[in-house]
Design a protein around this ligand. Structure first.
Ligand code: B3K
Ligand code: ZN
Length: 847
């Protein structure tokens, strides 16, 4: 039934010492010759090579053409039975023809605006040549590219070039998923980096002519990342050249191919006029992420795709740590946790829940999920917290020393931590093997100067996992005194039982606990904290994350109550006033505290109590709360807005970016008072995209943006990446009743290039984020969305499948909405010729 199981893993019976490839590039018929030097590992075995959509023109063994009866060709590969193979090492050569111009799936070799590029992870290399396309087969690659295009790139070092050709040699053995080839008319922005041991590395950012004015930030980010990895992990770069190429048609963010990273152009190109502060931060983080993969992913790779979080969870943890170090640590942690809850907790609570290390899949591309990535990173973070900074560094040193050049498993990884620390981590390992977000309930007692916290953990069942044994949970706790003094500094409690108590002795008075500081574990903390105590923590907690968290839960609970007809909690209204006036606090932090929880978060919280969420009531409650706060604190909002003006030339640094985020956060509240006048003025005067788009967003949400939208389009119509923002801001923020109509109109525009993943995501992804618009009571949102998934699927299954996750929350809502969502899913499932990717997703979503 097309299911791949972790338990079926078998090593590949051959070793590939070397592969030499020649590409004769042509859009409709590229010829690919591959020469594989193979050697049997142990005993005789059939040789199976993966291959899809390849036209085989020649095949020879040891230089002798292979007779047709000596091999079998199927839709998925080529097999040569053992009896037709020599006993020792041999050379197998094939020549195939492929059509990059017809490749709309953007996997394998394809074309984007006249340039050739590749995407091989996870299983794209099999669309280029016959090969064992699995990460545990590592080989040295030599690549010759023949084409008249001026720039011809592949992995490793350039070894020969002349008119119409270039040759590349990669000295590091690598799995096929890290292969890359690029050919086009490209311009480089170049720089250097000298490694700690004195190796000079040339760095290039390659883009289309005209875009080279927007590459400086990406280059500087790369240099920062290279330096950081030397300092924080002792990891140096290992080639003389590092190339990054920006591509306009790309299914995801970027790809860590050895020495030749390929990026979605939106994660490379930045100028103050065209990119927001958030774009800058994201570019810096993704450049770092892909660079960090050189060690965590490339030098040490995965044995099989079930181990994906071995490289992804760790590399996300590394890029998050990098951003914490180069920007504002506390704020970055807040952003990461907010994103984790919005995406990963949502996944864990729905039909797509799976462990960071799954044990079966139909289509591996469907498992590049927030659970593998972001929860994977949280699990690494817990290991780091349990071992402490030195212990963690020692474990990582051991990991690199022991496993360099290998294809590893989560077991290898855990063993490294056990060996480095002497601890037994077998219970901890459950985090990798089980799905679901543990709920942590807390009760407390104060008696005879002893304060006791009693925790109870419980993980609700997830698809295929009914029983959930207790997890090993690091809980960071600090205690505050009644005047806000810290009575006990942060201590890491380790919970391993279903129910467990921790006592703090010798306390003069009942303390206020600050629990799960820094979000020390990815759990749902359930504690009936009185609003007054939350307001106290928001004002006094010495842990910035928990300060924010106190305000966030106050806001969430207020909004939940309001969505059910209640009034806003006075403690919350007061606390916001204090936060607004707190000029000592960092502006970015104040902005984070002022931003209200999104509608999806409120819906999730309501549904987790077993109540059907009402999107319209939630939308109205959030709007009312904004109005109430703006009215109550108008003068303070104005003061904060004005105080956060940034003068002088634009810089994407955390300082000015934080001020701009405070300015834009307050602007949204003020628009409910001034009818959008300030937003219009800011839009008119804006000198950078952050303010321009921020002001435009406020105007769209207020329903009065027609003129501003037209002006924006007139200015940026020729810049697709900027127009994506224009489209997305409308799709996300147009008032719910008008959203589906608007999206249908924008989609029908003949200039809307829906086959480009960035364009498609900007509109449909934006719409799915318009909570009350997408979850319309009459099901029109679901129907529209399903139409577009059905349309995209035959061309680009991977992106269609990824975007179907918009349906993962359908069980949160009332019966009528559920019926509409189910009908949309069934309609997709019934579409003839549906891809394996989307079929697997809708099957799980409906289940
Ligand atoms: N490793 C790639 C993701 C590949 C996705 C394939 N469907 C980018 C990254 O995580 O760095
Ligand atoms: Zn990655």
């Amino acid at each position: 039934d097309g299911v791949t199981l972790l338990s079926d893993y078998k090593p590949y019976p051959f070793e590939i010492e070397h592969i030499s490839m020649t590409f004769r590039l042509a859009p409709e018929a590229t010829v690919v010759r591959a020469e594989l030097k193979l050697a049997p590992r142990a005993g005789r075995a059939d040789l199976h090579l993966d291959g899809e959509e390849l036209t085989l023109r020649e095949i020879s063994l040891g230089g002798v053409p292979l007779a047709p009866e000596a091999y079998a060709l199927t839709r998925t590969g080529l097999t040569i039975p053992a009896e037709h193979l020599p006993e020792g090492p041999f050379v197998l050569a094939t020549e195939v023809v492929i059509a990059p111009a017809k490749n709309t799936a953007l996997e394998g070799l394809y074309m984007s605006n006249g340039m050739y590029c590749t995407q091989c992870e996870a299983e794209g290399f099999r669309k280029i040549t016959f090969y064992p396309d699995r990460p545990d087969v590592m080989a040295r690659f030599h690549v010759r590219i023949e084409s008249d295009l001026p720039v011809l790139l592949s992995n490793g070092n350039p070894v020969a070039q002349g008119p119409g050709f270039a040759e590349w040699d990669d000295p590091w053995p690598k799995p096929a998923y890290l292969f890359a080839l690029v050919a086009g008319d490209l311009r480089a922005t170049s720089g250097q980096f000298t490694t700690a041991s004195g190796r000079r590395v040339d760095l290039n950012i390659w883009v289309r002519p005209g875009d080279e004015t927007r590459c400086d930030f990406a280059l500087a980010s790369l240099q920062r990342a290279m330096k950081w990895d030397e300092e924080a992990y002792g990891r140096e770069y290992d080639l003389d050249l590092f190339n990054i190429v920006a591509v306009d048609d790309f299914n995801m963010g970027a790809m860590e191919n050895k020495g030749l990273n390929i990026f979605n152009s939106k994660l490379v190109l930045a100028s103050p006029e065209t990119a927001t502060d958030t774009d800058y931060e994201r570019i810096e983080a993704v450049i770092a992420h892909e660079y960090f993969h050189n060690w965590t992913g490339n030098r040490i790779t995965c044995r099989d795709w079930f181990q994906l979080c071995l490289k992804e969870g760790l590399t996300v943890y590394r890029d998050q740590s990098f951003t914490r170090d180069v920007r504002l640590g506390a704020l970055k942690r807040i952003d990461d946790v907010a994103a984790l809850r919005a995406r990963q907790f949502r996944e864990d609570a729905g039909p797509l829940a799976h462990p960071p290390r799954p044990s079966s899949y139909k289509e591996i591309n469907n498992f590049y999920t927030t659970t593998v990535y972001e929860k994977g990173a949280e699990v690494v973070g817990m290991l780091a917290r349990l071992l402490g900074p030195e212990g963690y560094r020692a474990a990582l040193d051991l990991y690199f020393e022991r496993h360099d050049g290998q294809a590893c498993t989560i077991e290898d990884w855990i063993t490294v931590f056990e060996d480095a620390s002497g601890r037994d981590l077998s219970q901890f390992k459950l985090w990798y093997m089980q799905a679901g977000t543990p709920r942590l309930r807390v009760a407390e007692r104060f008696e005879d100067s002893t304060y006791t916290l009693e925790f109870e953990q419980e993980t609700p069942p997830t698809p295929g996992e009914a029983e959930k044994p207790p997890r090993h949970i690091p809980i960071a706790v600090g205690l505050l005194g009644p005047n806000g003094d810290e009575l006990r500094p942060t201590e890491m409690l380790e919970m391993t039982q279903a129910r467990q108590s921790f006592a703090f002795e010798g306390l003069p008075a009942r303390p206020v606990p600050s629990i799960l500081r820094g979000f020390s574990a990815p759990v749902l903390l359930e504690r009936a904290t009185p609003p007054a105590e939350q307001a106290f923590l928001l004002a006094h907690d010495t842990d910035p994350f928990n300060r924010w968290e106190a305000g966030r839960s106050l806001a969430r609970e207020t909004l939940m109550a309001m969505a059910e007809g209640g009034a806003p909690a006075p403690d919350y209204l007061e606390a916001v006033g204090q936060m607004l006036a707190d000029e000592g606090a960092d502006p970015g932090f104040r902005a984070a505290c002022l931003r209200l929880p999104g509608e999806d978060e409120i819906a999730a919280a309501i549904a987790s109590k077993g109540v059907a969420a009402d999107p319209d009531a939630i939308h109205a409650a959030r709007r009312t709360l904004m109005e109430t706060l703006a009215q109550k604190h108008e003068a303070a909002f104005v003061a904060a807005y004005e105080g956060a003006a940034v003068l002088g030339p634009y810089s994407p640094d955390a300082g000015p970016a934080g001020k701009r985020s405070l300015r834009l956060a307050t602007l949204a509240f003020l628009a409910t008072r001034d009818g959008g006048a300030r937003a219009q003025a800011l839009f008119d005067a804006a000198q950078n995209m952050t303010e321009s788009l921020g002001a435009l967003s406020v105007l769209v949400a207020e329903g009065g943006a027609a003129a501003a939208l037209a002006r924006f389009a007139a200015r940026w119509g020729a810049e697709p990446l900027v127009m994506d923002k224009w489209r997305s801001v409308q799709a996300v923020l147009t008032p719910p009743e008008a959203a589906a109509g608007l999206v249908a109109r924008l989609a029908a525009d003949p200039g809307f290039e829906w086959k480009n993943p960035n364009r498609f995501r900007s509109l449909l992804g934006g719409f799915a984020a318009n909570h009350a618009g997408f979850h319309r009571a009459d099901g029109a949102g679901y129907a529209l969305y399903a139409d577009w998934l059905i349309r995209l699927d035959p061309l680009n299954p991977q992106t269609a499948a990824r975007m179907s996750t918009a349906f993962e929350t359908w069980r949160r809502y009332d019966a009528a909405r559920q019926a509409h969502a189910k009908a949309a899913l069934e309609r997709i499932a019934a579409t003839p010729g549906l891809s394996r990717d989307l079929a697997e997703m809708v099957g799980r979503l409906a289940g």
